[in-house]
Design a protein around this ligand. Structure first.
Ligand SMILES: [Zn+2]
Length: 138
């Protein structure tokens, strides 16, 4: 018999996607979401809310053929957006190049018990991430 550990915050599967519905994904994350609001040039323009997850917690369900990649600066981040509706529902962030950042604004409604927003200083990237990358927290 497998012994289950007691988690304060249960991890659940959610779905989300872009505006036109071509891009759809599934993500495993805690019921109470902790997301990051970044002040860097691209995130502040888009109002992007980062839900950072390891690669094995993310699955692209459809729309891979509709994705276009935008790169700038170090080009470590792969900004993936839907070529039809223009929405960036997830991407590969510079802080977690081996994982994904899901846009919490693109999750299907009604699945988050609570969303807490923390600020991250992406405008001063090197100071915010002195180790050259961010950690996975949940
Ligand atoms: Zn779309």
């Amino acid at each position: 018999m497998r012994r289950e550990s007691i988690h304060v915050d249960q991890v659940i599967t959610r779905q989300g996607g872009c505006h036109c519905g071509r891009v759809r994904f599934e993500v495993l994350a805690p019921r109470n979401l902790r997301v990051l609001e970044c002040n860097c040039s691209i995130c502040s323009m888009a109002g992007y809310l980062h839900l950072i997850v390891a690669a094995d917690r993310f699955k692209l369900l459809s729309g891979g053929d509709a994705l276009t990649t935008y790169g700038f600066n170090t080009r470590t981040a792969r900004h993936l957006f839907c070529s039809i509706c223009g929405i960036k529902s997830f991407y590969v962030p510079r802080s977690h190049p081996d994982g994904f950042s899901v846009n919490a604004r693109c999750l299907d409604p009604g699945t988050a018990a609570q969303i807490s927003i923390e600020k991250t200083d992406g405008r001063n990237w090197e100071a915010q991430y002195p180790a050259g990358r961010g950690e996975y927290r949940d």
